[in-house]
Design a protein around this ligand. Structure first.
Ligand code: ADP
Length: 328
């Protein structure tokens, strides 16, 4: 059976981008057709300035939202990265296979470190080595597939390189995984700046729809989305990024084709209105389940405990094998 691994960082409140680019597919597709593991990757949240209590709170909220989005602990494994020591154990070994040059070439590192330096801050070493830990997350479970949004594809490519290099040098140890992506909305953009992605770190962003936003907040954000000059509804990422983003979101909600959808609209206003209602309806069941789960914290604790135990049992032999192969 195909094995699938993917994760989400507790660095902010989860967004519509996380949901459409990753979570929805995990629940609707991956958990049903594969042996799947989904992880709150809290170690990754320490690579940038962080508040310990907030990371803990967001980890909990993230896990609750994964369950609210439809992940079923009877079908898949849901757990928190730091509960399973094997991730950090394997990460070090992969740092011994990676080069600093390939780490420095990662777009996410270049962007985040530049931002940090602009602010006059210092860059944590773990931000540079982040892809080795992400590779460890995936390789520890022998995952064949990694369902992610487009922003994470480069890191999965690096994971493939590291796995293949390790296998070549030290004998076949790792499955070489591949990234999979959704057909629509693999890159949901910020509603106020449709040339940058809808990322979760800016907690008050008017351009970001959060999964727990109230319906009226969702409506307001979408109705105020920045649109492009011109008034006809055209699907073109280059020249019409704002309207194309709305078409992608609506198409992803409806399961339709964004380009075909563009023909059905004559004005931005009508498109915004339909998109807003579609997103409100998309989030409604997730929010309802989230509320019910928050009322039963013991259940979430139990799921995470059992998930970590199962994950540990899978990762331990794989990481032991890598230690033996590399000479430990
Ligand atoms: P973020 O970038 O919000 O911090 P993570 O790195 O935790 O998100 O990623 C969790 C998953 O959500 C990944 O598969 C990532 O590719 C996906 N994802 C994040 N933002 C978006 C977006 N704007 N559009 C599509 N997918 C996204």
């Amino acid at each position: 059976m195909t094995r699938v691994f993917s994760g989400i960082k507790p660095t902010g409140h989860l967004t519509l981008g996380n949901y459409l680019g990753a979570m929805r597919r995990w629940a609707d597709v991956d958990q049903h057709r594969s042996e799947a593991l989904f992880c709150i990757v809290d170690l990754h949240a320490l690579t940038v300035d962080h508040d310990p209590a907030r990371v803990r709170r967001l980890s909990r909220q993230g896990a609750t939202l994964l369950l609210a989005s439809g992940l079923d602990p009877d079908l898949c494994t849901v757990f928190v990265q730091s509960h399973v020591d094997e991730h950090a154990r394997l990460s070090y070994v992969l740092e011994c296979v990676a080069t600093d040059g390939e780490m420095r070439r990662m777009i996410q590192y270049r962007e985040k470190s530049a931002r940090e330096r602009e602010r006059g801050g210092s860059v944590r070493l773990s931000l540079l080595t982040y892809p080795a830990l992400m590779a460890a997350d995936i390789l520890a479970y022998g995952a064949d597939e990694v369902p992610v949004g487009d922003d994470q594809r480069q890191h999965v490519e690096l994971t493939r390189d590291l796995a293949a290099r390790f296998n070549q040098r030290y004998g076949h140890t790792f499955v070489v995984p591949r990234a999979t992506r959704p057909q629509v909305a693999a890159r949901v953009m910020n509603l106020q700046d449709p040339t940058s992605k809808m990322g979760k770190s800016d907690d008050s962003g008017p351009g970001i729809v959060y999964l727990l936003d109230e319906p009226n907040v969702v409506r307001k954000k979408i109705m105020r989305a920045m649109t492009d000059s011109g008034s006809d509804v055209v699907y073109d990422r280059e020249t019409r990024p704002g309207v194309t983003n709305l078409l992608e979101i609506l198409a992803a909600c409806e399961g339709s084709d964004p380009e075909k959808l563009s023909g059905a609209y004559e004005s931005y206003g009508a498109l915004k209105k339909d998109t807003a209602e579609a997103v409100v309806e998309l989030l409604r069941p997730v929010q309802e389940r989230h509320k019910a789960l928050c009322a039963d914290p013991g259940y979430v604790d139990g799921v995470l405990r059992a998930g970590a135990e199962r994950a540990r049992g899978m990762a331990r032999p794989q990481v032991d094998a890598a230690y033996r192969a590399i000479g430990l």
